[in-house]
Write a protein that binds this ligand. Structure first.
Ligand code: F6R
Length: 615
């Protein structure tokens, strides 16, 4: 987590780095800081709080002229969020200044060693240890900064994306990455450094994504030099053209990114299948799938690994693959999977799902599955992300940047990609008939319009949010394909409104959670026509007779649940396996409105960050 930004070139660095930090704030927002060299000395300012707090402080504190600067927005790991622990950090001499995203796991022993040699520390961070280790190497070995960084990093265990410069040589910034992302934007005689490309998108379309274990020295007006940290081998820079545009990373008239992203879902879903699905002709073309068709068709089992919302998409996929392809599927939390001793066979296919493509646990689980001989297929949103590069093959979701910390369009587009893969395999294996295949593709093509329709019920959701915003607990119930949606609905509410919520399979209620139900408990029940409707209606009766407040998510025209429930929110009818793409929409909107009514920070909920690059 944490966002890092840097600039070296001919422009004023401060506004570039500050704006960049705002764009990277989704990665962490406990504290922020900037170090700027004004031609004579470093001006460093940092503060607990958000980038806006830093901006206010900076404008009061320092003049901001200078053409080299680095900045950081933090998600605390070592040391509480306070001014002292904020980045950038100085070395003891005051010459080196560093920003860091990641964790140096052996920082404690390194710190003790450095203390023995007279170094002192003002913060509790692993980063301050690293910058002093670099300084110690530089002094003892009498080497240039790049070499000192390399030697120091070879003594560390952990993960990092760093940028460091020396005020005695303010013409270069040294960067390095292992386990945390780092992109370098290449302009005319200028370089931009950032955790992703969003901070420099208006300045250049050319970027290098450093690979794990690489470092680079960027010098004003010179060519970039990239090396392997371990063995010093030179690496030829691979410059990619970015496909991102500015509009995609701005709010576009919405109050929050989350709402913008909820409303983007019709387009995001059609972008996901565009060019891949020709519904009228009955064709699904997906390079990652087509090139590995034999592997996928011969798989004896699919293991899905993911975290959070992506894990919920994986659960939906389990139902879809089992229903359409008749393949056994296991869905695993990446964080558990990586530390178990899972049985993986050569003919297993592992599917890793990750919006950011940077989640540390998912990444580690992928590496483990590969070591054990499995074929690993990635479903990522961020193009060029670490997971998309680590997997053997994959399919992007093409949802566009998701900036709100609560995942919305990533979820629905992940399900769309996974449904496409399942449909392709099902057609090839003959586990669905030709006519089913055609009609399913046509229904998938109708989904964006149906999501649009589901969004038109937004105004009916606001009064429901008002009625229950002060509830202390919520239950979310669903069965079959809608069970993972219940889990996802509960997660959305928890993370942005801080109201405790639990998702359950509706029938499990009587095995415990029913004890929670009284007149104060709102229960959101997904009761769509094709999803075990009659059984869910019985579950609703059970809640009603215990005075629970029922918010039913129903298919248009429903009569039975309308009579029983306190409130209903309609969604259009669709095939059962595609229903999660619609039933999740009112749950996203309900959480959003409750959080707004409670005056919570919807896009940056407390304690969270968009990409979890620490385990
Ligand atoms: C919840 C949310 C998280 C992520 C999880 C995995 O709204 O966003 O639960 O889904 O951290 O992240 P990715 O998909 O980037 O691997």
């Amino acid at each position: 987590m944490c966002g890092i930004v840097g600039y070296i070139g001919h422009r004023e660095a401060y506004p570039i780095v500050l704006k960049g930090l705002k764009r990277l704030e989704y990665r962490g927002y406990d504290s922020a800081g900037i170090a700027l060299y004004d031609g004579e000395k470093i001006k460093l300012s940092k503060t607990k709080g958000k980038v806006a707090d830093l901006e206010e402080r900076l404008e009061k504190e320092i003049s901001t002229n200078g053409t080299i600067a680095i900045g950081h927005t933090r998600w605390a790991t070592h040391g509480v969020p306070n001014d002292v622990n904020s980045h950038p950090h100085y070395s003891n001499s005051g010459d080196l200044v560093i920003i860091h995203n990641g964790i140096i796991e052996n920082y404690d022993s390194l710190r003790k060693e450095l203390e023995k040699r007279g170094y002192t520390f003002t913060s509790d961070t692993d980063t301050e240890v690293l910058v002093n280790l670099i300084e110690d190497v530089q002094i003892n070995e009498k080497v240039k900064l790049g070499k000192a960084v390399q030697i120091a990093l070879n003594q560390t265990i952990g993960a990092y994306a760093i940028a460091v410069f020396d005020i005695k040589k303010p013409n270069e910034i040294v960067v390095a990455r292992l386990g945390s992302p780092l992109a370098i934007g290449i302009g005319e005689d200028e370089f931009f450094i950032a955790s992703d490309a969003s901070p420099f998108i208006e300045y250049t379309n050319n970027a290098i994504y450093l690979e794990d274990g690489e470092m680079a020295v960027v010098r004003r007006g010179k060519e970039i030099k990239i090396r392997k940290i371990k063995n010093d081998r030179k690496v030829a820079p691979y410059i990619q053209e970015l496909q991102l545009n500015l509009e995609q990373i701005e709010k576009g008239g919405y109050d929050h990114f989350m709402m913008k992203e909820i409303y983007e879902q019709p387009d995001a879903i059609s972008d996901t299948y565009r060019g891949r699905m020709l519904a009228a002709e009955g064709i699904i073309k997906m390079a990652g799938v087509d090139d590995n068709l034999a592997k996928l068709l011969n798989a004896k089992r699919i293991i899905i690994i993911a975290c959070g919302t992506s894990w919920h998409a994986g659960l939906v996929a389990e139902y879809i693959f089992e229903e359409l392809v008749r393949l056994p599927v296991e869905v695993e939390y990446a964080s558990e999977f990586r530390y178990r001793n899972p049985v993986i066979h050569q003919d297993d296919v592992v599917i890793a799902i990750s919006q950011s493509g940077e989640t540390a646990d998912t990444m580690a689980a992928i590496k483990m599955a590969k070591e054990q001989g499995a074929f690993v297929f990635g479903v990522c949103n961020v193009v060029g992300s670490s997971i998309s590069r680590e997997t053997h093959a994959g399919a992007y979701t093409h949802a566009g940047p998701e900036i709100g910390v609560a995942s919305t369009k990533a979820f629905t587009t992940q399900i769309t990609v996974l449904a496409l893969i399942a449909l392709k395999l099902a057609e090839r294996k003959g586990t669905i008939s030709n006519s089913e295949f055609y009609s399913y593709l046509q229904e998938l093509e109708r989904i964006p319009a149906k999501v649009k329709k589901a969004l038109t019920y937004n105004d009916q959701i606001i009064p429901i949010a008002k009625a229950y915003k002060d509830a202390k607990n919520f239950l979310y119930l669903g069965r079959g394909f809608n069970f993972p949606v219940a889990l996802e609905g509960a997660l959305k509410l928890k993370e942005i409104s801080y109201i405790h919520a639990e998702g359950y399979p509706a029938a499990e209620m009587k095995h415990g959670p029913i004890a929670l139900i009284d007149e104060h408990m709102p229960v959101v029940v997904i009761a769509t026509k094709k999803g075990h409707y009659d059984k869910v209606v019985s579950n609703i009766q059970e809640i009603k007779s215990r005075k629970g407040k029922i918010i039913g998510i129903v298919t248009e025209g429903d009569v039975t649940v309308r009579e029983l429930a306190d409130h209903v929110i309609e969604i259009p009818e669709t095939e059962e396996f595609l229903m999660p793409l619609l039933s999740t929409i009112p749950l996203q909107l309900l959480s959003y409105h409750i959080a707004v009514l409670l005056d919570k920070n919807v896009d940056q909920p407390r304690n969270l960050a968009k990409s979890v690059t620490v385990e």
